[in-house]
Ligand binder design. Structure first.
Ligand SMILES: C[S@@+](CC[C@H](N)C(=O)[O-])C[C@H]1O[C@@H](n2cnc3c(N)ncnc32)[C@H](O)[C@@H]1O
Length: 295
């Protein structure tokens, strides 16, 4: 059955409203207004309410870049938020980037909870987790905080440095940082005979390796899936595949997983969304995940 999942307990993050191609969100004490291409419906709160609540808004300069405009000078460019659930706890440094991102994708909290629950359930006392396309590392912090020996792979040095800041801020240590093309790294690990208990993949629609290697979701995901499942520890494991390419459905993700890994057990697929306090739901990607445990 296809599931619809959203984080429900994260008090430091709140989607207030969305619509008319924008979203209004609170990260800690800071309320941001920024573009959201999927919000094709009418916003629920009035423009007056949006104006009153907004502290910082994003003004586009081109299709991909823009500037953040603050309502007063005391508002920060950088600030921290914390995440806590069951046995995991970490902090993230947020920042206003010119690409309208702030350093975290809050809907992913559902996946952090899944990976940490699997890590706690494994019999191996220090399971190995591989986070591919790992960005500023929220999923790496969750895995490390749950006790996994964690490897973080991303092609951009600056975002890996940002992830390293998050590790320090969270008082965690020993995450293995890799700045490399994700597909190349997976192929190298296969050659070395490496195995991982957990693999998290959150590939973008388009991307580049550090040496210009091209990543295009529909062209490369099949090869990636076929390689990555061979890295799984055969006795106990989990895998999370997340995509947010417009047009990719959870049935596509199910087919990708089943055809790459016919022996899959406990497969769950569905859509991730954020519940706005105004009442609407904002869809933010599809997932497929599965786990196997020793009995
Ligand atoms: C949207 S982010 C993933 C979000 C992340 N999983 C999270 O929840 O915080 C996509 C990341 O993939 C990285 N990337 C793009 N192409 C890549 C490639 N070929 N190899 C490795 N990383 C790549 C980008 O630098 C970016 O940080």
């Amino acid at each position: 059955m296809i599931q619809l999942l959203c984080p429900t307990h994260w008090t430091e993050y709140e989607l207030l409203d969305c619509g008319d191609f924008e979203k209004l969100e609170r990260f800690g004490n800071v309320v941001l207004r920024r573009p959201e291409p999927q919000a094709v419906w009418k916003k629920v709160y009035s423009e007056d309410v949006w104006k009153k609540k907004t502290q910082i808004f994003f003004k586009g300069r081109s299709a991909t870049a823009g500037d953040w405009i603050k309502q007063n000078k005391a508002l920060p460019d950088r600030w921290n938020i914390a995440y806590k659930n069951n046995d995991i706890e970490f902090k993230l440094r947020l920042g206003l980037t010119s690409f309208k991102h702030v350093g975290v994708f809050p809907e992913q909290a559902v996946n952090w909870d899944y990976s940490s629950a699997c890590i706690k359930k494994f019999q191996d006392p220090q399971p190995k987790v591989l986070n591919l396309f790992a960005y500023t590392g929220a999923a790496s912090m969750a895995a490390k905080s749950a006790g996994a020996d964690t490897t973080h792979v991303d092609s951009i040095k600056q975002v890996v440095n940002w992830a390293n800041e998050n590790q320090e801020l969270s008082q965690l240590n020993d995450i293995r940082w890799v700045v490399e093309d994700a597909l190349k790294f997976v192929k190298r690990e296969l050659k070395r005979g490496k195995k991982y208990h957990g693999i998290i993949l959150d590939p973008p629609a388009f991307g580049h390796g550090p040496n210009g290697e091209k990543w295009k979701l529909e062209d490369h995901i099949q090869e990636m899936m076929q390689d990555v499942v061979q890295l799984l520890n055969p006795e106990e494991h989990f895998l999370i595949l997340n995509t947010y390419s417009l047009g990719f459905s959870s049935v596509i993700v199910e087919n990708l997983i089943r055809t790459s890994f016919p022996q899959v057990e406990n497969l769950e697929t569905g859509e991730l969304f954020l519940q706005a306090s105004s009442g609407v739901k904002l869809p933010l990607g599809v997932f497929g995940k599965f786990a196997k445990f020793k009995s």
